[in-house]
Design a protein around this ligand. Sequence first.
Ligand code: MG
Length: 350
Amino acid sequence: MKTPCLILAALTASLAVGNARADENDPRNWIGHDRTRPQPPVVDPGQPSTPDRAGRAPSDALVLFDGTDLSQWVAMNGEPTRWIIKDGAMECVPGSGYIRTLRCFGDVQLHLEFATPARVEGHSQGRGNSGLFFGLNRYEIQILDSYDNPTYADGSCASVYNQYPPLVNASRPPGQWQTYDVIWTAPRFHPDGSLRSPARVTLFHNGVLVQNNVELIGDTGWVTRGPYRAHPEKLPIALQDHGNPVRFRNIWVRELGRPGRPELYLADRLLEAYTGKYQVNEDRVVEVSRRGGNLFFQWAGEDFLMFATTTNRFFAKTTDIQVEFRREGDEDVAWFSVGEDPGWRAKKLR
Ligand code: MG
């Protein structure tokens, strides 16, 4: 048994490691001009766009759309989207629904270019409406034709919808390419679902600062605001179908902070196929369930939220649980491990 002193020492050591990690960029932890301070990684900054030509992303960005393919995007349920590619741009097909990224993102720098329809139709919220969403469908940065098109201020282009109007209206005329450069900080939640820290956003519209590190008060919505509803830190980014053929090009993202391993947000249909009871041995059955786009693995009476790294491999973040689903012969099987154990093969019950 550990003495209190040893426990305190172990705790202090772990805190020291934690602090060193958290504070490695704190100037008070370095002397001035410290020669041992790590050099920043070298990044090719790419090229900005011109009106006729999309630019090139920085070398450390993940390109979400380069004008040629929709492989990073799906419909909200994970099935292929009906949005189309035309003349190097991705175009919303009215009535086809929102689209989202396959990958999940937490804190990011995001660059996106959009053009509202050159042929002006409708007015107010009905004209060139789309939206950039973080947190899957929770937090909208409005996209709208706000060039000489009055609407409510907190719903105009570059607003945090229903919360913050932009500082200025920096819109270009309809049909012209416009840019968004966003710094997004995802909200964090305590294990009991209460808010630990709110979402924050900084936005440049056509290079002009329009949102200066504002703090979201919760979910954005048409008639109701917030409150925050707990969700995983990393979720897909989405684009809105609001019934107008808004076009997009040159979309890229840089993950900030410590993003950890890549996470996928799988199709509902695929997750559903994994749900059910699995026989581990004669007296043990484990259950896999789904709530929305999240899979849960039941172990020792607890439901563990699982995160996908591939289409069939999952891990938990609160305990070292790994699960891999496989088809073996005519059996559906879950291979799983908890901590250092050698792992189990569990056959799905029909
Ligand atoms: Mg919108």
